[in-house]
Ligand binder design. Structure first.
Ligand code: 5AD
Ligand code: SF4
Length: 323
């Protein structure tokens, strides 16, 4: 059993043995197949103001967009045609999409016979309940950091307590619940990362998404200098320890890992990850999405080739947690 002291020593290690062990645990508990989840980032509008994030409401240097219900459904259909069995709806905390609008979208998605994952931020008990009744299966809400002080400085008008409360509500309502952390934030300690991992265990998280913090120039942390390569490896150690501790959970090779290291996705898949979440929307503006709905979809083929090259397969089921 991994206790806090042991986790800290693993976080401080070079990780070689750790990554191998996490890979073995992954193979033993969730097998070789990789689950692909089709990601639709349907709105980059957000009422929150997190210090690290380019979508923060105070950032004026960004073109805000919102996809319509029809656009979302069309992307989901094209994802389904590519064999994707899960659609992930992600957005900033955007009040434009009311409970009713979202429930309608969820109901339409469920008619495609896909698993539906939501990643919409902090909502009320009633809203989460309504999404569940509409058919949503999973919810992603990263805790980001369990360090109270750090949480406060990075999230104006938000609280760690409420974030935890949201996660416990999601579990209670029967969502497969995903959480995770940002790794390498200014003033984040190794000890607090160990606490993050213990929190995933305490919550009994079903999914864990961990990624390196990447400074965004249009945020207050834009100038923060991090040694990106070291940060990549630290986030990988957090991910690998999470695999060893929680065993049968679903763990993505995150986009941030891929962004910060050219082989990030591959290394993550060999260090405990069993999920990839390709973006199935053209990442430009709304106008561009509508004109070329199937653009940018070829990267799924690249991802598939990578998976096969590692001697792994692509899962053909919806990829729920298999206890
Ligand atoms: N670098 C890396 N990840 C980030 N996120 C937000 N801003 C950044 C950043 N600068 C992550 C947060 C959020 C997820 C959707 O994106 O962890 O939960
Ligand atoms: Fe970014 Fe999410 Fe914070 Fe909004 S709530 S600013 S999208 S991290």
């Amino acid at each position: 059993m991994l206790d806090k002291e042991k986790i800290i020593s693993l976080l401080n290690s070079d990780g070689t043995d750790l990554f191998e062990q996490a890979n073995e645990t992954r193979q033993k508990y969730v097998g070789d197949d990789v689950h692909l989840r089709g990601l639709i980032e349907f709105s980059n509008t957000c009422k929150q103001n997190c210090f690290y994030c380019g979508l923060r409401c105070e950032n004026k240097n960004i073109n805000r967009y919102r996809l319509t219900e029809t656009e979302i459904l069309d992307y989901a259909k094209s994802g389904k045609e590519l064999g994707l069995q899960t659609i992930v709806l992600q957005s900033g905390e955007d009040t434009f999409y009311t409970q009713d609008k979202l429930c309608k979208i969820i109901e339409s998605l469920k008619k495609l016979d896909v698993a539906v994952t939501l990643s919409l931020g902090e909502k009320t008990y009633k809203e989460y309940q309504a999404y569940k009744s509409a058919g949503a299966d999973r919810y992603l809400l990263r805790i980001e950091t369990t360090d109270e002080e750090l949480y406060k400085t990075l999230h104006p008008n938000m609280s760690l307590d409420n974030r935890k409360e949201c996660l416990y509500i999601l579990k209670e309502l029967g969502f497969e619940t995903g959480t995770g952390s940002l790794v390498g934030l200014p003033n984040q300690t190794i000890e607090s990362l160990a606490e993050d991992i213990l929190f995933y265990k305490k919550l009994d998280a079903d999914m864990i998404g961990v990624g390196p913090f990447i400074p965004h120039p249009d945020t207050p942390l834009g100038e923060y200098n991090i040694y990106q390569e070291a940060n990549f490896w630290l986030s990988l150690r957090v991910m690998a320890i999470s695999r060893i501790l929680l065993k049968d959970v679903n763990i993505p090779a995150t986009t941030a890992m891929e962004t910060i290291h050219p082989d990030g996705r591959k290394i993550a898949l060999q260090s405990g990850a069993n999920v990839v979440m390709p973006n199935i929307v053209n990442g430009e503006t709304k106008e561009n999405y509508s004109i070329y709905p199937n653009k940018n979809i070829d990267n799924i083929e690249t991802i598939k080739s990578l998976i096969y090259s590692l001697g792994r397969g692509i899962s053909t089921d919806k990829g729920f947690r298999n206890r």
